[in-house]
Design a protein around this ligand. Sequence first.
Ligand code: 13P
Length: 263
Amino acid sequence: MNARRKPLIAGNWKMHQGGASGVDLAVQVARAAAVLPAVEVVVAPPYLAIPGVVRETTEVAQQHHCAPIGVAGQNVHHEPKGAFTGEIAASMLVEAGCRWAIIGHSERRQYFAEQDADVAKKTRAALAAGLGAIVCVGETLEERTSGRTLDVVLRMVDAVLDVLAGAGARGVIAYEPVWAIGTGKVATPKDAQDVHAAIRARLAGRDVELANATRILYGGSVKADNARDLLAQADIDGALVGGASLDIAQFGPIMRAAQELAS
Ligand code: 13P
């Protein structure tokens, strides 16, 4: 971590905890986050849980006299409105109380055929609507073993460089090696740091302010017992957590590790 960037710990719930159980989980996260002022905390529930999560976490913040945790959509459509059955526009997320959107997650790229150009359009739409954008990048196992990690990751970063320029702290990149997602195989802190440093250097090549402001999160099997070593790396500014974000006994210590390292 680096003192000039506030650590960001985000929980991507994927297609879990969509109803009342999601609201309960979000309240637990909000209560834990209320005593961790050095950390920005975001949860990304399924769409249907968003209004309840926003309402209840806002109430927790009022009780604790602190800023509410952020709520993110897990995806966004790039058009503002129209005949796109099943899709959600960025302005609709804003209206529901979201402040963030996750964009280009590897599961979107893999199962829904999202391409770099789609990710760029979605990122532009999210930022234009006032959301922060957490743009996901990462290589597959085959790409890593064939030595193409940086080619792939930097190609994905290049697709959003111009879009993120000027976004300040609302622009976030999540490096999530696909082989580490949901597998229990985590990148070593050194391997993760190497990729993060390469991403930071690419941002700096475009604009030094972009490199300084953009938080680069690590994601892929982050758990309570490995978070601290990852977050201690110079260019790792937080985590995008999947499975462990569904359990406050895991997510709580991850948030606290960020707080301790930042203070
Ligand atoms: P896991 O933490 O379950 O590996 O998922 C990571 C992820 O995909 C977060 O977006």
